[in-house]
Design a protein around this ligand. Structure first.
Ligand code: ADP
Length: 227
């Protein structure tokens, strides 16, 4: 197995709005090693989210390529790309997107239940969800609904949910953007702890430059270009 999990070559995303053109991502190339923690850092509007979405197979580039484990993901059919995204990539967003009518435990189990047999039986999935909820420190909150959880707790559930299908890659888009500084710190600790404990490869998009000293690899983005 090669050391490299993810590579981008000459990635570009141009939005056209009438005659105006926004070069949201402007020729970014990068390489991410397996098991590494990386941050994509830069001011608001720099193109960080657009870049992360393209790396995760959520948004096609205007030009350039993304390789996940050597596969050119935008060279695949939409169906195959969606399967790779569901099985191999976990996403954590600023707003937790938990389903309000399901408990914490059910929210974590859902992506695995929806992936069919490959994810194991319901009993296995429940065991895995319980392990993950313990790992994120929420064993006391299993039966709570999202409306009964704090922001930090909701994000912990979202992180456990992102890991339930054992993804190769965990992509986090401003995971602490909606949290106070103390809670943010605990979420970073958790993410970086999971990264070393579960050897997940993780990429965190943030405007918070404090994260830079804590990860192995920093991509500084400005006006769509990697500096
Ligand atoms: P960041 O995550 O660093 O704040 P974004 O990737 O969200 O930056 O946005 C980069 C640039 O692309 C900004 O100028 C933004 O206004 C523009 N942009 C993002 N999404 C769209 C879109 N769907 N249509 C037009 N412009 C967009």
């Amino acid at each position: 197995m090669s050391d490299e999990l993810l590579a981008a070559e000459g990635l570009e995303k141009i939005y056209r709005d009438g005659i105006k053109e926004v070069r949201a991502v402007d020729g970014v190339s990068l390489r991410i090693k397996r098991g590494e923690a990386s941050a994509i850092v830069g001011p608001s509007g720099a193109g960080k989210s657009t870049l992360l979405h393209m790396l995760g197979g959520l948004d096609s580039p205007t030009a350039g390529k993304v390789y996940l484990d050597g596969a050119d993901i935008y060279g695949l059919s939409d169906g195959r790309r969606a399967r790779i995204r569901n099985r191999e990539i976990g996403f954590v967003f600023q707003f937790y997107h938990l389903l309000p009518e399901f408990t914490a435990l059910e929210n974590v189990m859902l992506p695995a239940l929806m992936s069919g047999k490959r994810s194991g039986g319901k009993k296995d999935i429940k065991e895995r969800a319980l392990d993950l909820l313990r790992a994120v420190g929420l064993e006391q909150r299993l039966g709570h609904l999202p409306s009964e959880l704090s922001g930090g707790e909701s994000q912990r559930v979202a992180i456990a949910r992102a890991l339930i299908n054992r993804p190769k890659l965990l992509l986090c888009d401003e995971p602490t953007g909606n949290l106070d500084s103390k809670t943010s710190e605990s979420i970073y600790e958790l993410l970086l702890g999971l990264q070393s404990g579960y050897s997940t490869t993780i990429i965190i998009v943030t405007h918070d430059e404090n994260i830079s000293s804590r990860v192995g690899n920093v991509v500084l983005l400005k006006d769509g270009k990697a500096l």
